[in-house]
Design a protein around this ligand. Structure first.
Ligand code: SF4
Length: 186
C-alpha cells in the first residue's frame, strides 16, 4: 500500500514523503533550490511544495553551480551556441549575463554532480527546469530574452547519459514521488 512508505506524523501538510528502508536505503538526488535552499543565482530558493516534503533521510541535495565554485548570488547564465552536449564537446559555451564565460565552472559542477551520483548509487534525480545546470528538458535559448527551447542543463545531461532517470520539478506529483520512493526501496 502506498501509505506504507510514509513516516507517520500528525497533519498531512507536515507529513514527509518517503522513508528510508533500513535494509536497503535508496537515495533520490534533488536540486537543492527545490528543497528551499537559497542557492539560486539571485540568492533565493525555489521551494517546491511537494518536493520539500520528501523525507530528508532519503534525499541527496545538489547544486551543481555552487559545486562548480560559483558564488551566490551570481549573474544568471545560459547555454549559448548549442546544447549541453555541445558544451561538453567544446563546441558551445556557458555565458553569464555580464558576458563572462563560465563554462569551466558549469563543467566542473556537472562532473562533480555525476561523481556524487555514482558514489551514492543514484537512479533518479528530481531537477529544476530551465537551469543551465539542472534542467531535464528545457533551457533558456542563450539570448537572455526569457525564451526557452528544448534541451538539458550540463549536469542533467551527464546524469542522463549515465543512465539516471531525470524528473522535472514541473511534472512531479505526490503519486509520482511515492512510486519513486517505493522503487528505490525495492
Ligand atoms: S544549479 Fe540547480 S540546484 Fe543550483 S540553483 Fe540552479 S537549479 Fe537550483
Amino acid at each position: 500500500m502506498a501509505d506504507s512508505v510514509l513516516v507517520p506524523r500528525p497533519g498531512p501538510k507536515s507529513r514527509p514523503i518517503g522513508r528510508p528502508n533500513e535494509k536497503k536505503p535508496g537515495f533520490l538526488m534533488v536540486s537543492a533550490c527545490l528543497l528551499g535552499r537559497p542557492c539560486r543565482y539571485d540568492g533565493q530558493s525555489k521551494k517546491h511544495p511537494l518536493i520539500s516534503r520528501l523525507d530528508p533521510a532519503v534525499i541527496l541535495p545538489v547544486c551543481p553551480e555552487q559545486m562548480g565554485g560559483l558564488p551566490t548570488p551570481r549573474p544568471p547564465a545560459e547555454i549559448c551556441g548549442g546544447s549541453a552536449r555541445d558544451v561538453l564537446e567544446g563546441k558551445a559555451r556557458v555565458i553569464n549575463r555580464e558576458g563572462t564565460d563560465v563554462t569551466r565552472e558549469y563543467y566542473k559542477g556537472a562532473v562533480e554532480t555525476l561523481d556524487l551520483a555514482r558514489k551514492w548509487g543514484i537512479r533518479y534525480a528530481v531537477l529544476k527546469e530551465k537551469s543551465p545546470s539542472c534542467a531535464p528538458s528545457c533551457v533558456y535559448d542563450g539570448n537572455f530574452q526569457d525564451r526557452v527551447r528544448p534541451g538539458l542543463g550540463l549536469a542533467a545531461y551527464l546524469l542522463q547519459k549515465n543512465g539516471i532517470t531525470l524528473i522535472s520539478d514541473e511534472e512531479v506529483s505526490e503519486t509520482l514521488l511515492r512510486s519513486i520512493m517505493l522503487e528505490l526501496q525495492s
